[in-house]
Ligand binder design. Structure first.
Ligand code: ASP
Length: 584
């Protein structure tokens, strides 16, 4: 038997017991007449002691051959510690060693396996298995596992059936590029990895399963923005004979259950906001509503006052940053540089200091009176002491830019408290989105999303105005879930493909299987998927999903530990009937 106990469980209640522990050598302190070893496993650390009076010379000799991260087995007796450590559960006892067996040696680890390590991100990722021995990493993986189990329990109790869908599939259009896999048995043909199990879960509804879920890997070949992973996990769900309201209720229930279980928080019904309202008030379809700083539109107030720059713009809009009146010219110049960075791309900022005495000082004093500025301030709910920041331009662009600034100011003002949770449903998304580049409509959610019946009449005349039966669950400024009621009528689905620019032949080639299934009694259905990695990380008070993934990829989509992706040899290429045009 390797162990009678773990390294995290022995206390004064076990005094005088003979025990066997196994684990890793965390630290060794050798005082000559005494040696202390901190023995670590997943459950904790237990102190092992050897002392000249009570331990044999051979035991001392063995102990002196040990190095950090050696795997050892220790047999000994639980004794009370002289100097207790109140910070760990085993801190009142230690094990007087009687026998030590080296189970495996270890090379010197490239960084210290401590909560505060000296290892940088790159080295820790290369040796991720060592990183996982550290509490902050291990604890996050255990937390993730606990959330997953809770999700399963909750959905199982509601009659959801967990079904695995295939990973080698045909492309599903969800807005990203597919990862593809060549087929050796079918020369010149390729599978795609699922961007989500979207079509399969709909087919399961046609199959009559009624309620489906799966905790499932999805793959999207996107240019990696910060904190995105090319493979990520969803809690993917679908239900039959439901309306939008039913789905929102069930999954609001799941979200509440998780917030209660893991955070001890109770919520009334989650607030709801339409897409249009979210864009107007926050410039963003996933607003962080933990704090105000809402947009104030002043287009009507600011135009026509000889300030040429504003006169030419579609939208003029601002926010009031609480207490930032104290920003110096230099601070403001830095802020202007910040919004002009290519990632934000704003032309500049107009600023207004709302002084404590109720007067205003602005960068546009030449054009606007104190009364003008007071009217602006009112739209932005500004108070004396605030700094008003105004941007102008094309509506969509300026909203995105000001939204980025709002988040930045909130970050600076400490308004994004990870211990505060503010869920929000955003509903009534547009069905379609115009893409300037390809000059055609794209499905905002995906092509299987149904239009709102009352907007159906606009589909031929003004498709951009049609709203969808689509909804997102937003938590603290992050989209943690999204879904829709689906089209289940094959004619409507065909019309949708047509709107998206597919010829009937292309639609047939890509989605024939789904259209065909819809000929055999497809029930009304809809669903949603949660981004599991993100949900878990936010629940745990972090926004770094990488930390909650055992073996994540870096910002270039690489796994630096196994060194993937990597070239394959010519023989393998030949076998797969692929030729490379890439040249180094
Ligand atoms: N498949 C969708 C997604 O990945 C979720 C859904 O519509 O259920 O976003």
């Amino acid at each position: 038997m390797f162990r009678t106990h773990t390294c995290g469980e022995l206390t004064l209640a076990n005094i005088n017991e003979k025990v066997t522990l196994s684990g890793w050598v965390s630290t060794i302190r050798d005082k000559g007449f005494m040696i202390w070893i901190d023995l670590r496993d997943r459950y904790g650390i237990t102190q092992i002691i050897l002392d000249e009076d009570r331990s044999s010379k051979t035991l001392f000799d063995t102990a002196r051959t040990l190095g950090r991260e050696y795997v050892i087995q220790v047999k000994g007796t639980v004794i009370e510690r002289a100097s207790k450590n109140p910070n760990i559960p085993t801190g009142e006892i230690e094990i007087l060693a009687e026998n030590i067996t080296i189970l495996n040696e270890s090379a010197l680890p490239p960084f210290t396996i401590e909560d505060q390590t000296d290892g940088g991100e790159d080295i820790r990722m290369k040796y991720r298995y060592l990183d996982i021995r550290r509490n902050p990493v291990k604890d996050k993986l255990i937390f993730r596992s606990k959330v997953a189990q809770e999700v399963r329990k909750y959905l199982d109790a509601q009659e959801f059936v967990e079904v695995e869908t295939p990973v080698l599939i045909k492309s599903t259009p969800e807005g990203a590029r597919d990862f593809v896999v060549p087929s050796r048995m079918n020369p010149g043909e390729f599978y795609a990895l699922p961007q989500s199990p979207q079509t399969f879960k709909q087919l399961l509804m046609v199959g009559g399963l009624d309620r489906y879920f799966q905790i499932v890997k999805c793959f999207r070949d996107e240019d990696l923005r910060a904190d995105r992973q090319p493979e990520f996990t969803q809690i993917d769900c679908e239900m039959s004979f439901v309306e939008q309201e039913d789905i929102m209720n069930v999954f609001e229930g799941l979200a509440k259950h998780l917030l209660k279980t893991f955070k001890g928080l109770e919520f009334e019904q989650f607030p709801r906001m339409t897409f249009a309202e979210a864009m107007r008030r926050y410039g963003n379809d996933k607003p962080d509503i933990r704090f105000g700083m809402e947009f104030g539109e002043i287009t009507d107030l600011a135009k026509g006052k000889d300030f040429k720059i504003f006169d030419e713009q579609e939208l003029i809009v601002g926010i009031a940053a609480q207490g930032c009146n104290s920003y110096t010219r230099k601070d403001i110049d830095k802020l202007i540089e910040w919004v002009q960075r290519p990632q934000i791309g704003a032309a500049g900022l107009v600023w207004v200091r709302y002084n404590e005495d109720g007067t205003f000082k602005s960068s546009v004093d030449k054009f606007y009176t104190q009364e003008d500025l007071a009217a602006w301030a009112e739209r932005m709910h500004a108070k004396p002491g605030d700094l008003i920041l105004v941007m102008s331009g094309n509506t969509n662009k300026v909203r995105a830019q000001l939204s980025a600034l709002r988040m930045e100011m909130a970050e600076r003002l400490g308004l994004r408290n990870p211990e505060v949770f503010a869920p929000l449903w955003v509903v009534d998304f547009p069905l379609l989105e115009w893409d300037e580049e390809t000059e055609r409509y794209h499905a905002m959610h995906h092509p299987f999303t149904s239009p709102k019946p009352e907007d159906m009449e606009l589909i031929d005349t003004n498709p951009g105005e049609v709203r969808a039966n689509a909804y997102d669950l937003v938590l603290n400024g992050n989209e943690i879930g999204g879904g829709s009621i689906r089209i289940f009528d094959k004619n409507v689905q065909a019309r949708m493909f047509e709107l998206l620019g597919f010829t009937p032949e292309q639609a047939e080639a890509q989605f024939g299987f789904l259209m065909n299934a819809f000929r055999y009694g497809a029930p009304p259905h809809g669903g949603l998927a949660f981004g599991f990695d993100r949900f878990v990380s936010i629940l745990d008070g972090s926004e770094t999903i990488r930390d909650y993934i055992a073996f994540p990829k870096n910002n270039s989509g690489r796994d630096v530990m196994i060194d993937a992706p990597s070239p394959i040899d010519d023989a393998q290429m030949e076998e797969l009937f692929i030729a490379s045009t890439f040249q180094k």
